[in-house]
Design a protein around this ligand. Structure first.
Ligand code: MSP
Length: 674
């Protein structure tokens, strides 16, 4: 029996317009699924749409539609887009489907019957945009994830005993394969170690959701609803034998791919829900970074999205797939620009793989009447031929290893190393000059050079197939090799190109793109652009570039001079203050100092220890991964025996409560504020 492989994307919110940030998650999963199929695994690849919750209900209302109409339209847009891109998902689940709703209720019952659900009252802050309960936040506080002002919720709710799973979760994280990459794993461990509170898992102030079994006044919390899709789609909770078998076969998932902003839901809540239901947890949760455009996370609310269709119209799906996997270092944020896309396309695809295919195959057509030549007697072989064969063997090995570690960019770099080596080999061996000569020796040498080039082309094409399914299938047919889907990747080895194979029609697979391609894409996007959503903060806050008095007293050095004449400063005065964006890596309380937190803040060039008097306003675990502004050139000083090297910038609310300065757009760590 073949090995099974189950991979999922998150399900996409239907309040979003699909953009290439969404396409990034889907493309990555599609590439992995395709490679697994080529390796012979019985693969199941799931994606879908997340359609319930207050956020969707409000978006539908604003558009003058019922939530169902609204969800139908946008879900269809996602589905159509994935079809157009040739995404090979085996199922597409919608959380408004009956099969999902029934099976979700079954999951709820199971968790409740196992004693992990109880009724209580929730009073606290909620971020509708992230559908997130913000522990410890006060009215008017921003959401730690998106910065939008949270809403106060006071409801009778069902609670999930998340606190009962702290130790079990920590045991789970001991397996380094469970959360990847390592940075995300560390964040999650720190978060869970700092303590878990029970989680409200129902809402009763709106109705767009799946009713709680036996208590339909409540709808199930949208994240429990959404996460359950990973098991409901493959048959969990179904009464049909076929569906039950599918669930037994595919669960637990092998890879659950997510973006870094939804790590907590997937790495903390999801395994806890599963354990509470007595189900196995997934084998790996893998988080990627964000696709940035114009320096910030691409998203509808920022109005900086790039639609996938534009790129499909101008350069095709394979160009986008290759670009995203090659250019973005997996796990980190990566910038998108049309210039970079076209540059990569031309250098790696038009001039790289495409050119290698057309020059090799055209010469086989010209000199060997379109049949793969026989590399004849040993005398026609040189060390250069063996070196290509060796490079190809090494590439097959390294590509597989890197790919399986999710290092797509490096895997592709390796495969393109082979393409570059063959290009060089062709230039040095000048098959065109050999083709002009008619003696046997030149002819034998020409056969060897073209065989070697074609075999290396075959290997690079086979490896690249999961990344660029369409273009590589074309090259495969041009080489006369038939249907690339039939290739058993596990057996790929040097020397398998059948001698005498008749080539198919040869034509350029990646026509060169010129500057007008960039202009066309830019114009198409400009015409489509929707302005950023307007958002008003719920409460007025006064932003000051200093920590409020009681806190400043603890963290800032004493003032050395007071402006004597005017309270205005010049731009030169301001330029003396080095304000930088940093990201909190470590946050912990300082023993015996109620107000003080010890932070380690990465400011791009170094990691600084900063002591900040914000412990009454912020729980340390909520700060990890958060971007903050720090005064970077403040003289260091000691507090409670610890050196504070910089000052964190906060607004002062009435009563002296600090609110950390932040950005609605994503900003790079180390950026200077001027
Ligand atoms: N509905 C939730 C997921 C529920 S899963 C049980 C959700 N939806 S989403 O539409 O906002 O995001 C879906 C996926 O798209 C996430 O993996 C997210 O990281 C990804 N992206 C959305 N914008 C992105 C970028 N700009 N860059 C990279 N990926 C991002 O979260």
């Amino acid at each position: 029996m073949s090995r099974k492989f189950y991979i999922t994307t998150p399900i996409y919110y239907v309040n979003a317009r699909p953009h290439i940030g969404h396409a990034y998650t889907t493309i990555t999963c599609d590439t992995i699924a395709r490679r697994q199929r080529m390796l012979g695994a019985d693969t199941f690849f799931l994606t879908g749409t997340d359609e319930h919750g207050q956020k969707i209900e409000r978006a539908a209302q604003a558009a003058g539609k019922t939530p169902q109409q609204y969800a139908d339209e946008i879900s269809a847009q996602f589905r159509k887009l994935w079809q157009r891109m040739g995404i090979s998902n085996d199922d597409f689940i919608r959380t408004t489907e009956e099969r999902h709703k029934k099976r979700l209720q079954e999951l709820f019952r199971r968790i409740r019957d196992n004693g992990y659900i109880y009724k209580g009252t929730y009073t606290g802050q909620y971020c509708v945009s992230d559908e997130l309960y913000v522990d410890g936040a006060q009215p008017g506080d921003p959401c730690p994830t998106c910065g939008r002002i949270t809403e106060t919720v006071h409801e009778e709710n069902y609670f999930f005993k998340l606190s009962a799973f702290q130790d079990k979760l920590l045991e789970l994280y001991a397996n380094p394969e469970f959360i990847r990459p390592e940075t995300r794993r560390n964040e999650v461990i720190a978060f869970v170690r700092s303590g878990l509170r029970d989680l409200s898992i129902s809402r009763s102030t709106f109705s767009w959701g799946v009713p709680v079994p036996d208590d339909p006044k409540h709808v199930i919390y949208v994240w429990l609803d959404a996460l359950a899709n990973y098991i409901t789609a493959i048959g969990y909770g179904s009464t049909h034998a076929g569906a039950q078998d599918a669930f037994k076969k595919y669960w637990p998932a092998d890879v659950q791919m997510i973006g870094k902003e939804i790590v907590r839901f997937h790495c903390v809540y999801w395994p806890a829900f599963l354990m509470a239901a007595g189900l196995p947890v997934p084998k790996a949760i893998v988080a990627h970074g964000w696709l940035l455009f114009e320096e910030s996370k691409m998203s509808k609310s920022r109005g900086n999205i790039v639609r996938t269709e534009t790129i499909l119209d101008v350069l095709g799906a394979d160009a986008l797939r290759y670009f995203l996997l090659r250019e973005v270092v997996f796990g980190q944020d990566g910038s998108f620009s049309f210039d970079a896309l076209v540059q990569r396309y031309n250098s790696d695809l038009a001039n790289g793989l495409g050119n290698l295919a057309s020059r090799t195959l055209t010469m086989i057509n010209r000199y060997f009447k379109g049949e793969v030549p026989y590399p004849s007697h040993a005398a026609s072989k040189t060390a250069a031929d063996d070196a290509i064969a060796e490079t190809a063997r090494r590439t097959i090995r390294e590509f597989g290893t890197l790919f399986d570690q999710f290092q797509f960019s490096r895997a592709l770099e390796t495969a393109w190393g082979l393409v570059a080596a063959v290009d060089k080999y062709i230039v040095e061996n000048e098959p065109w000059s050999l083709g002009e000569k008619n003696d046997d020796e030149s002819r034998a040498r020409l056969a060897t050079v073209l065989y070697t080039s074609a075999e290396a082309l075959r290997i690079a094409t086979a490896l690249a197939h999961p990344v660029m399914p369409e273009a590589t299938a074309k090259i495969w047919t041009q080489m006369g090799l038939g249907d690339i889907k039939k290739l058993a990747l596990a057996d790929l080895a040097w020397g398998q190109l059948p001698l005498g194979t008749r080539l198919g029609d040869v034509y350029p697979v990646f026509p060169r793109a010129d500057k007008s391609a960039i202009e066309r894409m830019q114009q198409m996007e400009d015409q489509q652009r929707v302005p950023a959503a307007e958002e008003k903060p719920a409460a007025e806050v006064k932003l000051v570039a200093e920590i409020p008095a009681p806190i400043a007293a603890q963290v800032a050095p004493p003032a050395t001079a007071t402006p004597a004449v005017s309270d205005k400063i010049t731009i030169d005065d301001f330029a003396k203050i080095e304000l930088r964006v940093g990201v909190v890596k470590v946050a912990e309380r300082v023993p015996k100092a109620d107000k003080l937190l010890r932070l380690e803040i990465d400011i791009g060039t170094e990691v600084r220890q900063v002591l900040a008097g914000i412990a009454e306003a912020y729980a340390p675990e909520t700060l990890i991964g958060r971007k903050v502004v720090i005064v970077a050139n403040l003289a260091p000083r000691k507090l409670r025996g610890l050196e504070s090297n910089g000052m964190i910038v906060a607004a002062s609310l009435e009563g002296g409560k600090p609110v950390l300065a932040g950005f609605l757009e994503d900003v790079p760590v180390g950026a200077r504020l001027k």
